[in-house]
Write a protein that binds this ligand. Structure first.
Ligand code: SF4
Length: 138
């Protein structure tokens, strides 16, 4: 963190905050965040690349309706082998697939695919980050 410039720290803090609050942020939404509006898009992209290279941020590719976008998360803590994620009944009841209109046409070789579903990905990420065993302060 000490080798980041002030503006890089601000970008990282925004991504970290969004990760803690909602599991992360779509990269294209960064420029809409108030604190980052003065940063040129090209510079913002450069900073994100640097944060990824430093393993402070991870970028997940999300495909939806044929479009590819990128979801950013601050790297708060990696789960170690054997570490458990506690899941409550509420977590299961709230799985988005249970109320999804595409459930009947969703599957690994179908048009809608869980491995490319942004709704399911965001849900799983938010649950992983809210797990008590994965909380971590940088
Ligand atoms: S993976 Fe996505 S598209 Fe498929 S049923 Fe779940 S929420 Fe719906």
């Amino acid at each position: 963190m000490s080798n980041l410039s002030d503006v890089e720290k601000i970008v990282y803090e925004v991504i970290k905050r969004e990760t803690e609050n909602s599991g992360g942020i779509m990269q294209r939404k960064l420029k809409e965040i108030q604190e980052l509006k003065n940063i040129r898009p090209r510079e913002l992209q450069h900073i994100v690349k640097k944060l990824i290279k430093m393993n402070l941020v991870r970028r997940l590719r999300v495909s939806s309706n044929g479009k590819t976008s990128y979801f950013l998360q601050a790297v708060l803590k990696e789960l170690t082998k054997g570490e458990l994620i506690k899941i409550s009944l509420d977590d299961i009841i709230n799985i988005p697939c249970l109320t999804c209109k595409y459930i009947a046409i969703c599957g690994t070789s179908k048009l809608h695919n869980p491995s490319r579903c942004s709704v399911l990905t965001r849900y799983l990420i938010s649950k992983t980050l809210k797990s008590p065993s994965s909380s971590y302060n940088m």
